[in-house]
Design a binder for this molecule. Structure first.
Ligand SMILES: Nc1ncnc2c1ncn2[C@@H]1O[C@H](COP(=O)(O)OP(=O)(O)OP(=O)(O)O)[C@@H](O)[C@H]1O
Ligand SMILES: [Mg+2]
Length: 240
């Protein structure tokens, strides 16, 4: 994509082993990859193949058992937890299948609260949150609680919230998993619109129909990347 730009994520020989009691399971085997700005990547693979584990390691939520991960130029595989957390908060926006919104806050405050936590004045935070939600097509839903929104609307609030800190990387673990087909496609369209030359997007999905949104597809099986190919995103206007 953007030729010489520094990668957002650089993973080298990542292994992950989980221990439970005396049992050790190796979940990731020698994964090396780069995620670059300006690229929309899908991570696909069967249930249990290691998608969530890999996404968590690449985004600094989980540490590899061995190997190295650099996130926005910082080696988070050996950094102290507080350092990884700071890099993650500054550079990564997360979108989850189950939205993870604050249930007691309306749509506006769900987004504004993240900005307030970053030290922005509440009035300004609300104004910025309002304009982001407006752009997501939620201008008429600002005062609604998550329980008063549809699944697709909730996910758009979650996307606006993930974007609030202007992250370099957006990661989503099955963000359309709880949505019907058309709502899922429209949420993917909304995610695709967030791609900029400086920003990357990494989405985990089971759904091969979502390839139409991707520039690149990674396939994982039994903890190994078995395919990594460019894909021509054919984003259809109808999904916006
Ligand atoms: N904290 C943990 N402790 C022990 N084993 C774990 C842990 N997290 C994941 N695993 C195991 O690692 C393997 C990969 O799990 P992971 O959640 O990454 O799969 P996935 O590809 O995201 O699957 P799905 O599509 O079902 O979400 C599974 O066998 C799982 O049981
Ligand atoms: Mg998973």
């Amino acid at each position: 994509m953007s030729g010489g730009a520094a990668p957002l994520v650089q993973a080298r020989n990542v292994q992950k082993t989980f221990k439970s009691g005396r049992l050790e399971t190796q979940v990731l085997h020698d994964v090396s990859l780069q995620l670059r700005p300006g690229e929309f990547t899908l991570l696909m693979g069967p249930s249990g193949s290691g998608k969530t584990t890999l996404l968590s390691i690449l985004s600094g939520l989980l540490r590899p058992s061995s190997g190295q991960v650099e996130l926005c130029g910082v080696d988070i595989s050996t950094a102290q937890d507080a350092v990884s957390a700071r890099v993650r908060r500054r550079h990564v926006g997360f979108v989850f299948q189950s939205y993870h919104l604050f249930p007691a806050l309306n749509a506006l405050d769900n987004v504004a609260e993240v900005l307030v936590l970053k030290g922005i004045d509440r009035m300004q935070a609300r104004a910025h949150a309002g304009s982001m939600l407006q752009r997501m097509g939620l201008g008429a839903r600002l005062q609604h609680l998550p329980s008063e929104l549809s699944g697709g609307e909730r996910q758009r609030v979650a996307i606006a919230r993930a974007l609030a800190g202007n992250p370099s990387l957006i990661v989503g673990d099955e963000p359309t998993g709880a949505l019907d087909k058309n709502t899922g496609l429209s949420v993917m369209g909304a995610l695709r619109e967030q791609l900029t030359p400086q920003r990357g997007v990494l989405i985990v999905t089971h759904d091969p129909r979502l390839k139409q949104f991707a520039d690149r597809v990674l396939e994982i099986e039994d903890g190994r990347i078995v395919a990594d190919y460019a894909h021509t995103a054919g984003v259809n206007e109808a999904y916006h």
